[in-house]
Ligand binder design. Sequence first.
Ligand code: AMP
Length: 425
Amino acid sequence: MSFESFSFDPRIAAGIKAVGYSNPTPIQEQAIPVILQGRDVLGVAQTGTGKTAAFILPILQRFTQGSLRQVRALVVAPTRELAEQIHQATVDLGKQTKIRSATVYGGVSKGPQLSALRRGVEIVVACPGRLLDHVQSGTIDLSHVEVLVLDEADRMCDMGFLPDIRRILKHLPTVRQTLFFSATMPSEIRRLADSILTDPATVQIGMIAPAETVSHALFPVPQEQKADLLLTMLREKGADRVLVFTRTKHRAKNLARKLSTGGFRASALQGNMTQPQRQTAIDGFRSGRYKVLVATDIAARGIDVPEISHVINFDMPDTVDAYTHRIGRTGRAHRSGKACTLASFGDGQMIRMIERTLGSPIARERVADFDYGVFLPERQFPQPKPTSPRPGKSYRSRTSGSRSYRPSTRTRTRPQPAGAGSGRS
Ligand code: AMP
């Protein structure tokens, strides 16, 4: 399938060409036609699947007609980074149109946001808190909103934004198109979706994109030797663009400091940092000034750096979902990536759960030049025999291969009952 089959306005087609997309991703193939028809959509997909363009392109198409300079689409996102990315995608894809987008989020001065809103914009990409500020002070008019997008709804729920979202909904016209995206569908999110969507088309994308291009490896190591092992790994592999995950903000800060002392250009990215500090870390990583970014799960959500070569789980993630989110940061946009997990005593159960989801064992590896002392990596986590993939799971572990967004996807026209299912396909 090509983008031509959607018959986009030539100005939008030019935007698609300018950003270099040649073919739609599965979520775009499935979501764009139904959004163009004006239907509500429940999209079960995570960042990295191309979901931003899946909703932005039909919105741009819709706004090539009708009035300009009033807020006709509201996109609500959990973090400033994600809001900025959506805004940037809108600007890039809509460059040849007259459609304008503005961001609205806290932690920065209101002035530029107010001027943009006063000048008039059609698309507002906002985080819930600051958006409500503007609503309450009467500086934004949401009465003309035709399309509402809730992006990363599960993350917004995690961050405690659910009451804010319900408040925002009260200020929107009831007749509108609603596009609801979430990486996971726990019952709370399912209930929210059911309460705000009308006869939605469900577009569900498995974790295909990262799986096709990401290879997985497990590095057994005692807890107290993790930092030294990581330093050796980085020296051996060469730190090109490495994203390291830790369990806590404190560990992210300390590890980044240790890596810097060890001679690597590293920065932390964690929730205790101020917005300018976070932005400096993300920009520095994107530009290549920092080769290693040490992040917590929440802080790393939404960062989009297509060239990440390695994701390293310094600490085991708490859930299989967290693992898939973390490694979804690499192997993107036609590049291959590697997901390395440092495993210590006590991590066995989570490893087995991840392997069950992947449908195959993760390869055990040992770092050749590292002195493990009396620790025997092969004994702590022996290599299991290959298992057959679980039916219905689209997520596969591969050791090599080129990326193609191969669909293991489905489009349903009716929502599942509340509480049904908590994962992806
Ligand atoms: P998203 O899931 O929206 O965060 O997109 C993930 C990455 O995929 C971004 O870097 C997009 O620019 C890129 N992308 C989106 N759509 C396409 C496409 N059709 N072809 C190639 N890359 C894409």
